[in-house]
Design a protein around this ligand. Structure first.
Ligand SMILES: [Mg+2]
Length: 280
């Protein structure tokens, strides 16, 4: 089977591992399953996850970590090859993923700096980019948003890594990429192409790194409006983990056509669910 596995709320929760899940994934990989990790978080480069997942005992290689940033890079390379120069409002990991597929990256800080020093607009300051990619930028400023909006208004393709409204952190709930995307959308009246969950593109790009299609996958996630919705968008089966953001009462309130294929409260139940799904 192809397993597309969400990270936070499934393999770990914040700083704490979810007990046993990495071992279940290791056993599935040993018996021939393809395991690929999928996360809407665009801030980190894929190798940033290797040490942590390896230390947990999870089966991983850098090609098998597909963030919304990596998926955005793969999507552009595969589907929009005319895009060569990109203005990026996002973190360093996103810039690096985009450079890895051969894109020329101008970041928000560079564009904003030229706008204020040279008195030019964001489209000029970014060198007439073919696209604007907006993810979560923890250093975001008003001028960076202005640069992105100028370029979109001038005709650059508007692409969002994801639209998560908030980012849960150890210090509380912070604005997510969706909050910044909304600012650019509001300022321009242009709707972005969105790569991350709940749409299909992140899962499709993740499946493609192992030569598969997302509809063949079992999506393992803890989010109703992200993981389960993305699974439905691709026709994949799903296992909802109750180890993260979703409570059982929310699951029970879902309409029949939004229910996951299986539900697991812990690693043992996940192992059982995957065994059943593997048998048909
Ligand atoms: Mg999650």
């Amino acid at each position: 089977m192809l397993l597309l596995v969400d990270l936070d709320g499934v393999v770990y929760r914040g700083a704490q591992p979810v007990p046993g899940v990495a071992d279940v994934l290791a056993a599935r990989a040993a018996s021939g399953d393809d395991v690929v990790y999928v996360t809407n978080n665009s801030m980190h480069y894929r190798t940033d996850y290797l040490r942590r997942l390896t230390d947990l005992g999870a089966p991983v290689s850098q090609e098998r970590v597909v963030s919304s940033g990596r998926a955005t890079a793969l999507y552009i390379a595969e589907h929009e090859p005319q895009i060569r120069r990109v203005l990026v409002i996002g973190a360093g990991g996103l810039e690096r993923e985009l450079r890895d597929v051969g894109l020329e990256v101008i970041n928000g800080a560079q564009a904003a700096g030229r706008m204020s020093q040279e008195g030019i607009d964001g489209w000029e300051a970014a060198g007439h980019p073919d696209a604007v990619v907006v993810g979560l930028d923890p250093q975001v400023t008003y001028l960076r948003i202005a640069a992105a909006a100028d370029a979109v208004r001038a005709g650059a393709r508007f692409i969002a890594t994801n639209r998560d409204p908030v980012l849960p952190t150890e210090r509380g709930v912070r604005p997510g990429a969706g909050s910044l995307v909304a600012a650019v959308e509001t300022a321009t009246g242009v709707a972005p192409l969105v790569i991350g969950k709940p749409g299909p593109h992140l899962l499709e790009e993740a499946a493609s790194v192992v030569g598969r299609r997302a509809h063949e996958a079992v999506v393992i996630g803890d989010g109703l409006t992200t993981d389960l919705a993305a699974a439905r968008a691709t026709g994949a089966r799903s296992v909802l983990m109750l180890t993260g953001v979703t409570e059982r009462a929310q699951l029970e309130a879902l309409p029949v056509d939004e229910q996951p294929t299986a539900v697991a409260e812990d690693a043992a139940q996940l192992a059982e669910a995957l065994e059943r799904l593997a048998q048909g």
